[in-house]
Ligand binder design. Structure first.
Ligand code: AMP
Ligand code: MG
Length: 391
């Protein structure tokens, strides 16, 4: 059995980065920018007013000073001429500051009639001007890889990019195995259950930026499993669920051997998730997840998410680990890294849920974290800081 860290390293070796495609900016949320960009414009593209008020030159500025109002600069309608030192232009937020002006008096700081303004006492002496390029200037570099969230899309839109070069979404074929399984919405026989993992893992893949496809359920025989894997070979990643252990009907290992899968590893020193398996068929990565719903999802958070991120050209790194004090004491840990379902309490403590059964999805839903106990960790006192992954 290899460690979680070793297994992840081996997974990164079979992660092939997807090619680049051009996508409309408005469809880029969650995508990964693949080619660095340089802004071809500055923002603001001209000195612009940060206030509603009057643009003037500050040479003659003092309380009681009088300025002649000679025109207006509104957003999209700049004042076209240069102003003199005793002149003012009515100006609004975001409008271009006219030539000759170097300060915008707030409208609250003047007495105004149509033709003149008089500066009040205790007026604000700030310039209230946003300089050309003060947000970003021409040549501003956008580095890659970059996950395009709301902020990044706003910035690239401001730079006038309408299309972006992004990584193709890795396609993921998800195969459930088991005679006991039917899909949600079907009518299970009394001894059947719902193939919930396929949906959970598909959702996780989608959340990470991949394009999942749920394949028909493979029955517990080699012919059926090999047939369904055969349907999936055009995918960037195949994920099988279940049949990965050592029971009579756990046939994934044999089926993938028959299929010529080049194995990277089988079995990882973790709890839950021990039967995890991975390998490669030609250019397609293959991961065999355990069938127990919590085990499958824990492996999803610990392995599938970083794997998909690597396929998107992002940094090859494990799920970020945060720290919080554990609310209770914990016994020493065995030889496998333990991912304990835990609740983040309002006081900042992590409380492991009482029952850590890897088949209990409802308990997983109550949890917000996987508290990590290292292999062979010593017994832990309450209030000791622990590492955890947010889920
Ligand atoms: P297995 O590894 O195939 O022995 O599966 C372990 C447990 O997980 C069994 O109780 C299965 O019924 C269950 N299981 C397997 N695949 C799925 C799935 N896709 N969705 C929900 N439960 C599953
Ligand atoms: Mg099974």
């Amino acid at each position: 059995m290899i460690s979680v860290t070793e297994a992840l390293e081996k997974l990164f070796l079979i992660a092939k980065v997807t090619p680049v495609e051009t996508v409309e900016l408005k469809k880029c949320l969650g995508r990964v920018l693949a080619k660095p960009l340089e802004s071809t414009r500055s923002n603001p593209p001209f000195p612009s007013s940060a206030m509603d008020g009057y643009a003037i030159h500050k040479a003659n500025l003092k309380s009681g000073a009088e300025f002649k109002v000679i025109g207006e600069s509104a957003a999209g309608h700049s004042y076209p001429k240069k102003i003199n030192k005793n002149e003012a232009v009515r100006i609004f937020t975001g409008s271009q500051v006219p030539d000759g002006a170097n300060l915008v008096l707030m409208q609250e700081d003047v007495e105004a009639d149509k033709k003149f303004i008089i500066v009040k006492e205790n007026f604000d002496k700030k310039s209230n001007i946003r300089l050309e390029g003060s947000d970003f200037s021409k040549g501003y570099k956008v580095k890659t890889p970059l996950i395009l969230g709301v902020k990044e899309i706003s910035l690239l839109a401001a730079m006038n990019f309408a299309h972006l070069s992004v990584r193709k979404k890795p396609t993921v074929a998800i195969i459930s195995t088991g005679d006991e399984l039917v899909f949600p919405g079907e009518t299970p026989k009394p001894d059947q259950i719902i193939a919930s993992n396929a949906y959970g893992i598909a959702a996780l893949c989608k959340e990470c930026g991949a394009e999942p496809r749920i394949l028909p359920i493979a029955q517990d025989n080699l012919k059926s499993i090999e047939y369904i894997i055969g349907l999936a070979q055009d995918a960037d990643l195949i994920i099988t669920i279940g049949g990965a252990s050592v029971g009579k009907y756990d046939l994934i290992n044999e089926a993938t051997n028959n299929f010529g899968v080049d194995k990277s590893f089988h079995k990882v020193a973790m709890r839950p998730g021990k039967p995890l398996m991975a390998g490669k068929i030609n250019e397609t990565a293959l991961v065999g997840l355990p069938g127990n719903p919590v085990s499958a999802l824990v492996c999803g958070y610990v392995f599938i998410r970083p794997l998909i991120q690597a396929m998107l050209g992002l940094e090859k790194k494990s799920a970020p680990r945060l720290m919080a004090p554990c609310s209770t004491s914990l016994p020493k840990n065995g030889p496998r890294e333990h991912y304990m379902r835990a609740v983040l309490l309002p006081n900042g403590y992590l409380e492991p849920v009482e029952n850590q059964d890897s088949a209990r999805l409802a308990l997983l839903c109550d949890a917000d974290a996987l508290l990590i106990r290292a292999a062979h960790a010593k017994a832990l006192q309450a209030k000791t800081l622990c590492e955890y992954i947010k889920i």
